[in-house]
Design a protein around this ligand. Structure first.
Ligand SMILES: C[S@@+](CC[C@H](N)C(=O)[O-])C[C@H]1O[C@@H](n2cnc3c(N)ncnc32)[C@H](O)[C@@H]1O
Length: 263
């Protein structure tokens, strides 16, 4: 986008594992931007960015908003995007840094880019290495083999979704399963049982699922814990856990289409 307005926004991803999963282009913006505004939960990764950035503002404090009466996660994300925009409006080149991919299950970068462009500023997103990239590598799952469905856990629970059990299913944020207030960061065995019951419409309760956590430092190994679907309510789910549900049935040929193609 051509714009003459001073102030520019570049949203970058830092990958999941500290150092080494950031693209050279993202790293160069982090080093050269007037200011880096970051939401990086890993302490080591955040300290490293603070050291290499000219100036660093941390967005994580806004999560305490959720303790304030009447505020929910959407208010928090809005305030984070507004903080990014304030720096752009001040005429700075702003690098907004998020872990993983800045645009995958992460609305702040999308909000900030939309607003910046609407106000006439140059704004772009650079891709980063996301959870899905890491789990494909660690678990050795090729989405091309069965196809892949990927969605947020609570969204899967509360909406009518048509799940294909012959394809891989990735459920993000299972630690928030069924959390409808948007104010708490937790689930419960009862809510996870509701999730299991919904999944059991398409999968056997004995089906093996995987709790996946990519390593976030070079000193860790990934968590790749297999368990039965029915045991999920009592599993340990952390903020960085992703639920991976491998295909439960073989691909079924579509006889109608095959006949049309043969005609
Ligand atoms: C708000 S989303 C952020 C995703 C991030 N933007 C990305 O590109 O992967 C948070 C969810 O991502 C997944 N996630 C984040 N870190 C992870 C990790 N180290 N291993 C596995 N999944 C992770 C979990 O499902 C978590 O609840």
């Amino acid at each position: 986008m051509n714009t003459t307005k001073a102030g520019k926004l570049i949203c970058v991803g830092t990958g999941l594992r500290m150092a080494g999963q950031m693209t050279p282009l993202a790293l160069s913006y982090i080093k050269t931007a007037d200011i880096v505004v970051g939401a990086i939960p890993n302490n080591f990764a955040r300290k490293w960015l603070q050291e290499i950035a000219k100036e660093y503002t941390c967005l994580l404090g806004y999560y305490q908003d959720c303790d304030v009466d009447g505020k929910d996660r959407r208010d928090t994300y809005r305030r984070m995007a507004d903080t990014v925009l304030t720096e752009v409006r001040a005429g700075k080149t702003v690098c907004a840094a998020f872990y993983g991919h800045p645009g995958i299950f992460a609305c702040i970068a999308h909000l900030a880019i939309q607003d910046a462009r609407a106000e006439g500023y140059s704004a772009e997103m650079l891709p980063g290495i996301s959870t899905e990239d890491c789990l494909v590598a660690d678990l050795g799952l090729d989405p091309g083999r069965t196809g892949m469905q990927s969605m947020e856990t609570t969204q899967f629970m509360i909406y009518e979704r048509h799940i294909d059990p012959s394809a891989l299913l990735i459920l993000w944020q299972p630690y928030l399963a069924g959390e409808l207030t948007l104010k708490r960061f937790e689930t419960s065995p009862a809510k996870l049982q509701v999730l299991v019951d919904k999944l059991a419409r398409d999968y056997p309760r004995e089906h093996t699922v995987i709790l996946y956590e990519a390593a976030t430092t070079p000193f860790e190994v990934p968590r790749m814990e297999s368990l039965k679907l029915c045991d999920l309510p009592h599993a340990v789910l952390n903020g960085i856990t992703t639920l991976v549900i491998p295909a439960a049935s073989p691909l079924k040929p579509d006889a109608t289409v095959l006949a049309q193609l043969a005609a």
